[in-house]
Design a protein around this ligand. Structure first.
Ligand code: HEM
Length: 398
C-alpha cells in the first residue's frame, strides 16, 4: 500500500504501540504466576494495556485508512493537517501509558495538588478525536456517497457519541450522587459504543472498500447495513453490568440492541460473501472470526444461563473482535502484498491466544484442562508479539 510518508510513520508508531501493549498483557499473565514489584498491580496493568490498545493501536490505523480513502487527490495540506492531529493523538496515548501503569485512575500528588493524571490525559486524547472529526468535516467530499464513506461517517459519529459516556463518568465524580450503577453504566456505554460502533463500523467500511459495489445495486437499502449497528451499540451496555443490577426494561433494550447488531452484521457478511470476498487463508480467517463474533453475541439472546458480562466471556469476546478480526485485518490491509509468512504466523498465534482465553473463560470442560495451564497461557500471550515485532523492524528499515 503506498501511503504518504507521514501516514506511514503513524502506522509504524501504532505497530510499536501494539508491541508495548501486548507485552503489558504478557506481564499480566506473568504476574499471575510469579511475584511482581509492589508498585505494580493487576488493575493498573490491565488499564495500561487496554488504553494503549484502544488509543494507539485501534484508532489511528483505522483513521489512516479512512484518510487514504477520503483524500485521493494528493491534497498535501489536508494530509499535513490529519498527520498533525494523529501525531498528537499518538503522543498523548504513549504519555498516558506510564500513568495508567503506575496509578491507574487514581490521583497523583503534584506539589500540593492531587490529580488523576491518566484520566486527564485520556480527556485530551478524546479532544484529538474531535479534532479528527472536525478535519473530516472540513475535507469530506459531499458528492461521495459510496458505501465505505457512509460507514466511516457512521463510525465517526459513534466515536463522538462514545466519548460522551467517558466524559459522563468524569463529571459524575463531582456530583453528590453516589451510584455505582450510573457510573458503571456510563463506562460500559463508552466501551460498547467504541467497540461495536466506532471500531466495527470502521472495519466493515474498510472491508467494503474491497467490494466497491454501487449502493444502488445492493439488494437492501444501504442504511440497513450500518444504522442498526450504530443504534444497537448504544443499547447493549446493560449486558456488561452485573446481572443482578439490570432491570427488565434495561434487559429488553439490550436484547433489542444485540438483535440489531447481529442481523445487520450478518447481512454485511452475507453480502461480502456473495461478492466473492474472503478468498485465501487470511481473509477466510477473518470471515470465520467475524462469524464467531456474531455467534457469541447470539448466545446472549438464547434462553440459556450465559451472561455476556461475565469476566472470562467478556475478555474472550473482546479479544476475538479486537485482536482477532481487527488486528489481523489491519496488518493485512497495511501490507497486502508483503510479509505473508509473518502474517500467517501472527494469525496462528492469535488463534492460540483465543483458544487459551476460551480455556479460562469458565466454559471449558475441566477434564480437558492440561496440566500447568496458566504457564502455557503466559507463553502463548507472548506469541503474537514475535511476528509483529519482526514486521515492525523490517518495515522501519524500508
Ligand atoms: C498479544 C495480544 C494480547 C494479549 C497477550 C492480551 C492480554 C490481555 C490480558 C492478560 C488482559 C487481562 C485479562 C483479565 O482481566 O483477566 C487483557 C484485557 C484486555 N485487553 Fe488484551 N491482550 C492482547 C491484545 C489486545 C488487543 C489487540 C486489544 C484491543 C485492541 C486488547 C484489549 C483489551 C481490553 C479492552 C481488555 C480489558 C478487558 C476487560 O476487563 O474488560 N487486547 N488483555
Amino acid at each position: 500500500m503506498s501511503l504518504p510518508k507521514s501516514l506511514n510513520r503513524i502506522w509504524k508508531l501504532s505497530l510499536l504501540s501494539f508491541i508495548i501493549a501486548a507485552m503489558t498483557g504478557f506481564l499480566y499473565r506473568y504476574g499471575m504466576l510469579y511475584p511482581l514489584p509492589d508498585w505494580l498491580n493487576f488493575a493498573n496493568i490491565r488499564h495500561a494495556h487496554s488504553h494503549l490498545m484502544f488509543f494507539n493501536w485501534v484508532s489511528p490505523p483505522l483513521m489512516v485508512l479512512m484518510i487514504d480513502r477520503l483524500i485521493q487527490n494528493e491534497n498535501v495540506h489536508a494530509i499535513r493537517s490529519f498527520s498533525n492531529c494523529l501525531y498528537v493523538m499518538l503522543f498523548l496515548g504513549f504519555l498516558s501509558f506510564p500513568f495508567f501503569l503506575l496509578y491507574g485512575y487514581h490521583s497523583v500528588s503534584i506539589g500540593s495538588a492531587s490529580l488523576p493524571l491518566a484520566a486527564i490525559i485520556s480527556g485530551f486524547v478524546m479532544i484529538t478525536w474531535y479534532w479528527f472529526g472536525w478535519l473530516w468535516m472540513k475535507y469530506r467530499n459531499e458528492d461521495d456517497s459510496s458505501i465505505p464513506l457512509t460507514f466511516y461517517e457512521g463510525a465517526l459519529l459513534a466515536l463522538m457519541v462514545s466519548s460522551l459516556g467517558a466524559w459522563g463518568v468524569s463529571i459524575f465524580q463531582f456530583t453528590p450522587i453516589d451510584s455505582p450503577l450510573i457510573s458503571s453504566a456510563m463506562t460500559h456505554f463508552f466501551l460498547a459504543v467504541f467497540t461495536e460502533g466506532w471500531a466495527v463500523l470502521a472495519v466493515l467500511g474498510l472491508i467494503w472498500t474491497k467490494v466497491e459495489t454501487d449502493p444502488n445495486s445492493l439488494p437492501v437499502k444501504k442504511e440497513w447495513l450500518w444504522i442498526p449497528i450504530l443504534v444497537g451499540s448504544m443499547l447493549i451496555f446493560p449486558y456488561s453490568l452485573t446481572e443482578s443490577l439490570v432491570t427488565t426494561p434495561m434487559l429488553i433494550s439490550a436484547m433489542a440492541g444485540m438483535l440489531l447488531i447481529i442481523l445487520s452484521t450478518a447481512l454485511n457478511v452475507w453480502l461480502f460473501f456473495k461478492n466473492g470476498l474472503f478468498k485465501g487463508f487470511i481473509w477466510q480467517t477473518i470471515l470465520i472470526l467475524l462469524c464467531l463474533k456474531v455467534l457469541m453475541q447470539a448466545l446472549a439472546l438464547l434462553p440459556i444461563d450465559i451472561w455476556p458480562g461475565e469476566h472470562g466471556l467478556r475478555v474472550l469476546y473482546l479479544h476475538l473482535l479486537l485482536l482477532g478480526v481487527i488486528s489481523i485485518l489491519l496488518t493485512d490491509l497495511f501490507y497486502p502484498l508483503k510479509y505473508f509468512n509473518l502474517k500467517v504466523i501472527f494469525i496462528i498465534s492469535v488463534i492460540l491466544v483465543l483458544i487459551s482465553l476460551l480455556m479460562i473463560s469458565g466454559y471449558w470442560p475441566p477434564s480437558l484442562t492440561p496440566p500447568g495451564l496458566y504457564f502455557w497461557i503466559m507463553i502463548i500471550a507472548l506469541l503474537p508479539v514475535i511476528p509483529l515485532t519482526l514486521i515492525y523492524f523490517k518495515s522501519i528499515k524500508e
